[in-house]
Design a protein around this ligand. Structure first.
Ligand SMILES: [Zn+2]
Length: 140
């Protein structure tokens, strides 16, 4: 005969235990609910484990951040500019920036030759560093 009441570990209600000592809950549903709540809490606290935080979680965050930067670059039109450089020769009109880039390439490729006279039509001698040859270009 049980002469004192147990307090349920889940709902906190006082109850008369059927088995002495081992019973912690007033009814089966409280025992099941308590078990499920415990499992849930364990699941939530999982990412706080040190090895998870330092490896998977951080590298994942870095990837997400990189993607975010690319996305914001797309948003500001930076990536559009990059795309334009790749597609301009076929189907996009050259912009002022494109021409400036081209001029820099030309300047780097063609070295003006100062010790050779210019041609009668006004073209000046340049050394083509790519073709490794002297050629005459019109210079205004
Ligand atoms: Zn209970």
């Amino acid at each position: 005969m049980v002469n004192h009441l147990y307090k349920c570990n889940y709902c906190g209600e006082e109850y008369k235990p059927k088995k002495r000592g081992t019973q912690k809950f007033c009814k089966t549903s409280c025992r099941v609910n308590s078990h499920q709540r415990k499992k849930k809490i364990e699941k939530i606290s999982m990412p706080k484990l040190p090895h998870t935080e330092n490896t998977t979680a951080n590298s994942y965050n870095e990837k997400v951040n990189a993607a975010g930067i690319i996305n914001s670059a797309l948003g500001t039109g930076l990536a559009n500019g990059v795309q334009a450089v790749f597609t301009k020769s076929e189907n996009k009109p050259a912009t002022k920036k494109d021409i400036q880039d081209l001029m820099i390439q030309v300047k780097e490729r063609y070295m003006p030759i100062t010790n050779m006279p210019q041609q009668a039509d006004g073209k000046r001698p340049f050394y083509d560093t790519l073709l490794k040859a002297v050629l005459y270009l019109p210079v205004r």
